[in-house]
Every structure is written in structure tokens, then in C-alpha cells.
Design a binder for this molecule. Sequence first.
Ligand code: PLP
Length: 658
Amino acid sequence: MTDAGELSRWLAELAHNYRWTWHPPTRELFARLPAAAAANASPCTRVARVDLTAVARDAALVAAVQSAHETLTAELAEAPAYRSIAYFSPEFGLAETFHQYAGGLGVLAGDHLKAASDRRLPLVGLGLLYREGAFHQRIEGGAQHEYYEPLDAAAAGLTDTGVRVRVELDQEHALVAVWRLDVGTVPLYLLDTALPENTAETRAITNRLYSGDEEHRLRQEIVLGVGGLRALRALGVHPQIFHLNEGHAGFLALELLHELLASGVGFAQALASVRGSVRFTTHTPVPAGIDRFARGSVERYLGAWAHRHHVAPGTLLALGEHPDDPPGVFNMAAFCLRIAGRTNGVSRLHGEVSRGLFSALPGSKDITSVTNGVHARTWVAPAWQQLFDGALGPAWANGDPLSWQRVDEIADRELAQARTRARADLVARVRACSPQATFDPDALTVGFARRFATYKRAALLLQHEQRLGELLQTADRPIQFVFAGKAHPADHEGKALIETVVGLAHSAVGRGRVVFLPDYDMGVARALYHGCDVWLNTPVRALEACGTSGMKAALNGALHCSTLDGWWDEAFDGSNGWAIPSVGLSDPAARDRAEAAHLLDTLQWEIVPLFYADGGRAPSGAWWRRVRHAWRTLGPRVTAARMLDEYADRIYAPLGGR
Ligand SMILES: *Cc1c(COP(=O)(O)O)cnc(C)c1O
């Protein structure tokens, strides 16, 4: 019999490494564990409250623990011995049990680390640890209300490295703690100012993600950039490449400059050297989305730094100038463009848009693009993974094109079974959230889940309410919609959109056919990707940098119906989903009405008839043919493995050489 101490150690190791998020057997194991904890509690919490005696008596469970632990140990034995790439991001989305992400940027960062682990890339992640994380959403009186939950470091599996670094901020010094998490073979270090040695104000720097005023963000970004590099040095990690996932960590360049200037190198030469090691990924195609600070604040916080290195404050501030900004603005994207040797957008179209957006800045012509990807093993339903592993071989998850060619060998019946199972899970979740909902486990199900930013047009369908009503009321070929998403607390238009969609769900036409799932997070998102037949995406063209939810849905066999924006602009081939044409009308209201009419036409005349083409309630043979075609063409494009290969080959490579 297995020794209880050993069993307990195995379980703790499995729970503390976020490898569980992309290893279905480990996930399943935690769900089966006899523990005095809620089913949705984190693995660390479940393991801490496990009934070890009961586990030890269950031979099958013990075998599952042992096997999962052996797999993990074997992978960790292949971890690189050094770390040459540091990946900085303001948020990381690793799992719904660790609420340190607000949306696509964070989830992308999490997927980047996971794919780096799969590839055994010598990468290390750097971020902030927010004591209250990102906000949660509750719907009350048909409207969004926000609340925060305090971080539980033990439940998240965080380890205090004991390393402390200091960061100068205006009049004070912040003491910063460095925590560690493991994501497979990749370490993630998170910085935290909530230490008793700090003043209340300084402790609050790492309180919440994307909240507070401009000065608060500036302080967070100085801690992330400057503190991040000092943390790496204190840990004995010396990367050659620093990758900025969006500009929030750009101030790390100051610390790099500082090291060079202190060793006697001149400013111009130091800047050239910094550019040799910094890479910048921009994620915002709209000027309003860019981080901007008042020059006065930047000077107040960084003037002492400049003075110490005999750099004129004007020289420093000039690095953040953008000719299109009003005077007195320090533009973080412009700064990052000047300090990075290579800059990329996140889809082909977004690369093009970025070259235009930054055309007034030197080097803008060289902005390239790496289209985002998603970590397949994290996002694909276990039932599909099993089917794919058997029929395609495990390399499908790395986007191997030859593997994806073999989807033709999977029978309709098997596809229908996996889809039915996943859709039933989604319907159960819907019913648990809104018990009065009469959601149909066999109906064509359309999903829409994302941040409720206005440009994403969550309520586009409502432009023609009567037509939508007719579509929803057909009894013989039913179609139903699941919505989820949050609006930033300060975004009143986004919050109004949520009220509109929630109102639709409760209206006479929408009841039973439209639901809004509250508190959109990675768990809600996964249930939607697994259970939906169609994924809807309606941004105004050129405003979505990439969009990744459609990629996750596509891997799960949902057909994408989207404006030709972000990744879809390059991936749509005419028959692997549907395109909503963008109308070149200058009046936004007229444009939205025209595009909504196209969308309703597509739903009514193409999507519904194709799904029910065989006359029954199950997806038709023609539907599955289209899904297989989508898998063949999209599978090789949308994985984070493909994305990471591109970063390794084209972005992280030394300047001047490939
Ligand atoms: C994938 C994902 C996103 C990003 O989706 P978009 O298509 O870029 O809007 C946001 N939030 C969660 C929880 C996700 O899983």
C-alpha cells in the first residue's frame, strides 16, 4: 500500500504546478478527490482538505495519482537549466481559480507560458500579484455590479521566494516581495507590494488589476518594469531577451539603461544595446486604448533616475512622444516602440493597422505581426481530446497540419456524441444559473462571450428586433444564444450593452432562447467553447487586434461567424465558417444596421438550414463536413504552439540575423 506521506506529497506537487490546467487526467483526478471542499475550489485547497485515508483505500484513484505524478516528474526533468527569455505581462490567465486576468491579454499570456513549457523554451514569466485580482460580476436588477474577492495565496499555490527588492517611487521606496508559481516547466514570478514594511499607500499599489487613476497605473507599471528586472537579477536570472506583452512593463528599459549607464556606457550606445534585447507586442489598434501618462507625473517619478545618470529629463521624456498626442503626454506605446528592437502586432491585419497607427514614429515600417494562438490542451474539451488523440495522433495539439488532415477519418456519429455531451454540460450550467431557463440540449446553440467593449457590438442582433424575434420563435428548427461578458467598471456604454442583452434574455421573445451567464471567466468560457455549435464575433472591422475566443471555439468544432477582423481576416477561406461583410458606411448607426441585416441573413438562410439539413434534431452530415473542413484549415493556424514557434524564430532571434 502507498504510504500516506508519499501520496500527500504527490498530490501537493500536482496541485502546485499549473500543469493540471492542461492535463485532463490530473483535472479529473482533482474532481474525484474525496475532500471537504467545494467542487470549484482550487486544487491546492482540495488537496489541503483531502481525506487521505479514503484516497489510500481507492486503488484506482491511487494509481491515477501515481501516474499523473510520474508524467509531471518526467516533464520537469526536461526543464531548461537557464532562462534566456523574460516575458513581462500585467496579467496572466492560467485558470479560473486564480483570478489575475481581465480578458484576452491575460489569457494569451497564460497560453504563452503553457506553450513555452510544452516546447521546453527557456522562458520565465514576470507580472504583478494583485491582492484582490480582477473584479467579479453579479447581475442585479438587470445590470452589472462589481465585487472583489481577496487573494488566497495558499489556495493559488503561490510560494514566497523570500526575495525582496526595492523600487524608488517619487518620495518613497517600495519594498516588493517576489512570489513564484510553476506553469509546467516555466516559472512565473509575481511582484507584490502588500508588505507591512510599506506605507498603506504603497501597499495598495498591487491591489487590483486595471483599477485606480492614472497615477496608480504609473506606480504599478514602475513596480512591474523596474521591480521586475531587479527581481530577476536578485533571483540570479539573466535573460538576453525581454518580451513586453503590451506596453505596461516598458519601464524595465530604464533599469536596463541604468545598468549600462552605471558601467560607463554612453546614452546612445546604451539605448542601442537595450533595443537589442527588448521585444514589444502591441495589442491595441485604437489610439484611445494606449497607455498615456502626464509628462509631469513621469518626470516626478523618473526625474531622479534621469538626474542620477546625467540624462536630461527632456531626453527621457522625448522617448514617449507621439506627434499626434496633445503636448504634455507621455505615450507608453511610443516609448516601447523606441526602446524595442522589434515590434509586432497580433494578426496580419493588426500589423498593417499598427504600421499606420504609429507611422509618425521611427521604425514603424518594420512592425511585423505574429498572429495569436490558443493553448489547445487547455481549451479543447476532454471528449474531443480523446477523439483527436486516437484518430489524429497527439501532434494535433501542436497544430501539426498532417495530423489535422486525418479528421476525415472521424465518423459523424462520434462527432455528434462528443458534441451532445459537451452541449449537455453547457445546458446544465445555464439551468443552474437561471433555473427558469428552458434551454434545449438539442438545439443549435450560438455563443458570444467577451468583454463588453462597445466596438465588439454584443447587441448587434437587436438592430432588427422583429427579425430576431421571428428567428427565435421558430419551433421546428430552434436556435438559442448564450451570452457572457463583463464591461470595465468605468465603461458606462459597455454596461448599458449588458443591460440590453440581459433585457433581451428576460423579454417575451428572448425567454428560453437567450441567456446571459454572469461572471465571465475562464471556466464559463470553456463551457461555452465546448458546448456551442456557432461562435459569434461582431467587432467593427479593424478595431479587434486579433480575438482568440473564436479560435478556442473552432478547435472545439464550433463554426465561426464573424466580421473579417483580427485573425478571421486571414483565416477565413470562404467555407470554413461565415464572414459578415463590413460595410464602408461613415454613419456608425447605418453601418451597424446594415451589418446586422447581413448577420441575420446568414443565421436565417445559411446557418439554421445547414445545421438541420437532414431533417432531424441532430447536426446534419453537411454540417459535420463543414466542421471537418474548418478543423483541417484552422487547426494548424490557431494553436499557441504555432505562435510560439514564430516568436522563437522571428521575434526572439537576435537583431540583424535570423
Ligand atoms: C479567450 C478569452 C478571452 C479573449 O477572447 P476575445 O475573442 O479576444 O474577446 C477573454 N476572456 C476569456 C476568459 C477568454 O478565455
